[in-house]
Design a protein around this ligand. Structure first.
Ligand code: MN
Length: 158
């Protein structure tokens, strides 16, 4: 099973100091994904890059006004907490309004996509296991199936 390598390269700090505007000291603001084009206007910061005793990566993503994450699914779980702004999330066949401090659990092999509401960014913390499978993008059959639901069809961005 393919896994994604971590890349923050931090030296296990005891504290990662917050700066203004949802940035953290010594934490680079990274591209959301290195490849692909099925997303728009997102940054990623790795706040915790895993430890043998706690093999998770804890990230902060921020979707700019009008942007969206990749429509994807995978075996690994996400748990997300919104900490900036408001937006919407597709989880399976549900389109959810999400706001400050909501916690969203994204089960295995469930289509998901986040969108920032027009006019403001959407920022969220997301926990994933260090060892995880690569996301799957929808093929034509999956897109047709998703679009069979009008609310989903209106929401998704490819
Ligand atoms: Mn995902």
């Amino acid at each position: 099973m393919a896994t994604e390598q971590s890349e923050a390269g931090t030296t296990d700090p005891i504290i990662v100091r917050a700066r203004d505007d949802f940035r953290w000291e010594s934490v680079p603001v990274l591209a959301y994904k290195e490849t692909g084009r099925h997303f728009r206007n997102i940054t990623r910061q790795i706040l915790f890059d895993g430890d043998p005793a706690l093999p998770v990566q804890w990230r902060y993503f921020e979707i700019a006004d009008g942007g969206h994450s990749t429509l994807e699914r995978h075996d690994h779980l996400h748990v997300v907490m919104i900490i900036r702004g408001v937006g919407q999330a597709l989880v399976g066949d549900r389109v959810l309004d999400v706001g400050l401090h909501d916690v969203v659990r994204i089960p295995a092999m469930t289509w998901h996509q986040f969108r920032a509401t027009a006019g403001a960014p959407l920022g969220f913390l997301c926990v994933v296991h260090i060892e995880r499978d690569r996301p799957i993008l929808p093929d034509d059959a999956a897109i047709a199936e998703l679009r069979a639901n009008p609310r989903v069809a209106e929401f998704i961005r490819l």
